[in-house]
Design a protein around this ligand. Structure first.
Ligand code: F6P
Ligand code: MN
Length: 322
């Protein structure tokens, strides 16, 4: 079984990029350990603070953010950092070649119930003409991502990573501390009969989502002629992991609950890295009308409608959003 580094060397990944990926992974190994300690490590529960999104921060959100940020700031190749838990860009080395965005702990509501949680990250090239603290460093489309991935802290800790070619899966060997390659070419089944959406929001959905989900609920009596199953993890990282392994469709559509926030998920550090992982595994990712990877980020925390997963199902779902 191969380790992370020889695998990425074979892809001729730029050495400095490879070192940066290792830096991020070093932080995730520490997070993985802290997560596994649970109540014994005093990492459960909330802080008294809210983040920029108005969400209450969990202790582990803050710990994970600090660990990753500190590691990134020690890497001279990192020019700028954006995090779900930071209001603004954090400046790194003024001459760094890369910028990094991350969701330190996705699925925070699962922390206290010992459910799936994860770290999502993405690396872009820095814009040489812009300062390290300039948010416009991140004004790029998802197509510019040099590497994207997540580390899922589940029964095993797994890394899903793409550096532009295949999407690969690694499993953390806790005995020796390395991520070992366990799937060198992740392939998302094109068709699926499994969907993932928060059904509790259905009365707030707009008409296209209502119509599409109703067809799936009709099962073999409906237009799709098959019986669908439903799964909802409340952690994007868990839902997308399942879809990368066995197919499915994941939706977080805009809804009418809060007119100021029609969509929930963030483009820069949630939708874009997941879209790159899925596309490089044969899946698809859309807002309903546009390919997610073609959108240009204009705000670090901008929200975007998300429909992603098995290509044929995403294509069918899109037909309702024209
Ligand atoms: O990060 C936002 C997030 O926690 C995702 O990981 C997850 O898919 C979604 O929000 C869960 O939303 P809800 O609270 O509607 O279940
Ligand atoms: Mn998240």
């Amino acid at each position: 079984m191969q380790r992370l580094i020889p695998t990425l060397r074979k892809d001729q990944v730029d050495l400095e990029l490879l070192m940066l990926i290792r830096t991020i992974l070093a932080a995730t190994k520490e997070i993985s350990f802290r997560v596994s300690q649970g109540a014994l490590g005093d990492v459960l529960g909330s802080t008294l603070d809210e983040n920029i999104q108005g969400e209450q921060q969990k202790k582990l959100d803050v710990i994970a953010n600090q660990l990753i940020k500190n590691m990134l700031l020690s890497d001279a190749n990192v020019r700028s950092i954006a995090s779900e838990e930071e209001d603004d860009v954090v400046a790194g080395d003024p001459d760094g070649r890369f910028i990094v965005a991350f969701d330190p702990l996705d699925g925070s509501s699962n922390i206290d119930i010992n459910g799936q949680i994860g770290t999502i990250f993405t690396i872009y090239p820095a814009k040489p003409s812009l300062a390290a603290d300039d948010p416009a460093q991140f004004h790029q489309t998802g197509r510019s991502q040099l590497a994207a991935g997540y580390v899922l802290y589940g029964p095993s800790t797994m890394l899903m990573l793409t550096t532009g070619k295949e999407t690969r899966c690694f499993t953390l060997d806790r005995t020796h501390g390395g991520f070992l390659l366990t799937n060198d070419k992740v392939a998302v089944p094109e068709k699926t009969a499994e969907f993932s959406i928060n059904m509790a929001n259905s009365r707030f959905w707009f008409e296209p989502t209502q119509t599409y989900i109703n067809i799936l609920l009709e099962g073999e009596e409906g237009e799709r002629n098959k019986r669908y199953n439903m799964r909802w993890n409340a952690a994007m990282v868990g839902d997308i992991h399942r879809i990368l392994v066995r197919g499915g469709i994941f939706l977080y559509p805009p809804d009418k609950r809060d007119p100021a926030k029609p969509a929930k998920l963030r483009l820069l550090y949630e939708a874009n890295p997941m879209a790159m992982l899925l596309e490089n595994a044969g899946g698809a990712a859309s807002t309903g009308t546009e390919n997610i990877l073609d959108l240009e980020t204009s705000d670090l925390h901008q929200r975007v409608p998300v429909i992603m997963g098995s290509a044929e199902e995403v294509e069918f779902a899109k037909s309702f959003y024209k």
